[in-house]
Design a protein around this ligand. Structure first.
Ligand code: HEM
Length: 482
């Protein structure tokens, strides 16, 4: 594909998708117009004015080679800078450094944490229902549902990453004050701009920039103070007991402590915490939106899932953690929503030396693609997930595709050793949220007069692509089940 400005460049990413500019969202808008007509799963994309050639692939085979290659293909500074604003972390590092981060964080993602995620999600759900007074109303309009899921996922990651609980009705006494909840929200929304805007600009009297800067500083000093207090707990200087905590931060700091000379530095601990805050909420919230939208459209599937949830709910309508392994259909529904709307839609690597990859397009260079050092490769998860060879009738919402899926089939979380470390965290939170929601309410689309379900889907179930991918502003109605 040839274009004026490469999609993975500052200008390409900012300018929206139109005939002359693919933009960051071409993979969504042109998902049926590029690979199939070219007769290839792996293509090159070249910007005439700006941007070096990049190889894009929708092939599972090539994707596995790319993400599992050791040494010849790595993450580059340019493509990880947004996630590494506080220093090196699991997402941004390669080789031995990455292995050290993965070992330490791997210890933090454990069964106790998943149980904690379930407990916190269930408890926040109850708090939300109470605060929003849903029980008093036969019908609740969520317009849009996105606000609710984003608030929910931010709150959960804050609880489960730091053990920092802010209540559902949390509002600062002074609306202009910069506290943790506000700072987290602003930082999450402004990550991309933070790497583009030079530091000196934050000294200008521009309220928006000043507020962004204050949010970064608040979050930075909050993370530093939590680290200091956890270290103090570990050295036995306080009455608090680090062992009784089940948040990721505590497991990460004690795993790092156990590593001795291979431990993470304070900057690395803080950078990994920021990474989890960021990677751990937007992706899950976006997918919950998509799942709720799709279930609203596919009432028969929603009913099937409701029946499954009902069989595991206790008499008081609570759903214990033990029920989770029995909620296959609910989990499959979330996975299928992720297939249709892959929140992390692009995985990028760069060659560190001249290399050759094997493609499954034998008619192009005999299926062998020579690449020179410095070539960027991008795994296009949208193109892969809408390829009928892998997923027949790709536009259809069919959770049953995932009923017998193995861990390594979950393409939406990447493959192999660099697969998403937070996938079980996300799945636990999502299944807990959806099962609580669907047990008590039926979800329906709020349509315009005379609009059909198909028109509603076409109008609203459209991917909004920036750092992550999700559907925009979905109007949803909750109808109480009697
Ligand atoms: C629906 C939710 C999620 C999706 C779709 C998702 C997707 C992904 C994907 C595709 C990757 C691979 C990126 C690459 O190699 O370029 C990844 C990596 C990662 N994810 Fe997730 N993720 C989700 C939730 C989470 C959560 C909840 C956390 C943490 C609490 C998390 C933390 C990470 C981290 C730290 C990495 C880097 C792993 C490494 O390089 O070893 N993710 N995620």
């Amino acid at each position: 594909m040839r274009c004026v400005v490469h999609p993975i460049s500052a200008i390409g990413a900012i300018v929206p998708n139109f005939a002359l500019n693919p933009g960051l969202s071409w993979q969504w808008h042109w998902r049926n117009q590029v690979y199939e007509p070219l007769g290839a799963k792996t293509i090159s994309v070249l910007g005439w004015i700006l941007g070096d050639p990049t190889i894009y692939t929708t092939s599972m085979e090539v994707a596995r080679q790319i993400v599992n290659a050791r040494g010849q293909l790595e993450k580059s500074y340019e493509t990880t800078a947004i996630m590494a604003q506080w220093g090196p972390n699991l997402f941004s590092t390669n080789g031995d450094d990455w292995r050290r981060h993965r070992r330490i964080l791997g210890a933090a993602f454990n069964a106790d944490v998943y149980k904690f995620v379930w407990k916190e999600t269930a408890s926040l759900f109850d708090e939300m229902v109470e605060a929003e007074q849903w029980k008093k109303q036969p019908v609740v309009a969520l317009n849009p549902v996105n606000k609710l899921t984003t608030k929910f996922a931010l709150n959960i990651i804050s609880r489960c990453a730091f053990g920092n609980v802010f209540s559902w009705q949390y509002e600062s006494a002074q609306p202009e004050a910069m506290d943790f909840g506000k700072a987290l929200e602003i930082v999450a929304q402004s990550c991309l701009f933070r790497v583009i805007i030079p530091n000196w600009m934050y000294r200008l009297p521009i309220p928006l920039l000043r507020r962004m800067d204050a949010a970064y500083k608040t979050l930075g000093s909050f993370m530093a103070s939590v680290l200091a207090s956890r270290k103090s707990e570990m050295s036995g200087n306080t009455t608090e007991d680090n062992q009784s905590r089940h948040d990721l931060f505590s497991f990460m700091t004690s795993a790092s402590d156990d590593e001795g000379h291979a431990a993470m530095s304070d900057d690395e601990v803080i950078s990994n915490t920021f990474l989890m805050l960021f990677a751990g909420h937007d992706t899950t919230a976006h997918t919950l939106d998509a799942a709720i939208g799709l279930l609203a459209l596919y009432q028969d599937i929603q009913q099937e899932i409701y029946e499954e949830i009902k069989t595991v709910a206790l008499e008081d309508a609570s759903l214990p953690y033990d029920a989770y392994p029995k909620l296959h259909k609910t989990e499959a529904c979330f996975l299928e929503s992720l297939r249709l709307f892959p929140a992390a839609f692009l995985m990028v690597r760069t060659t560190t030396e001249d290399t050759v990859i094997t493609t499954d397009d034998p008619h192009i260079h005999g299926g062998r693609l020579p690449l020179s050092k410095g070539t960027m490769l991008a795994v296009d998860l949208i193109g892969m997930h809408y390829n009928a060879e892998y997923f027949p009738e790709p536009e259809e919402f069919k959770p049953s595709r995932w009923y017998d899926a193995r861990e390594n089939d979950l393409s939406m979380f990447s493959f192999g050793s660099r697969t998403c470390i937070g996938r079980r965290f996300a799945l636990t939170e999502a299944v807990c949220f959806l099962s609580h929601l669907l047990l008590s309410w039926r979800v329906e689309p709020i349509m315009r007069d005379g609009e059909t379900a198909a028109q509603w889907r076409k109008r609203l179930m459209v991917a909004d692509v920036s750092m992550t991918l999700g559907v925009k502003s979905l109007p949803i109605r909750l109808v109480a089940r009697v």
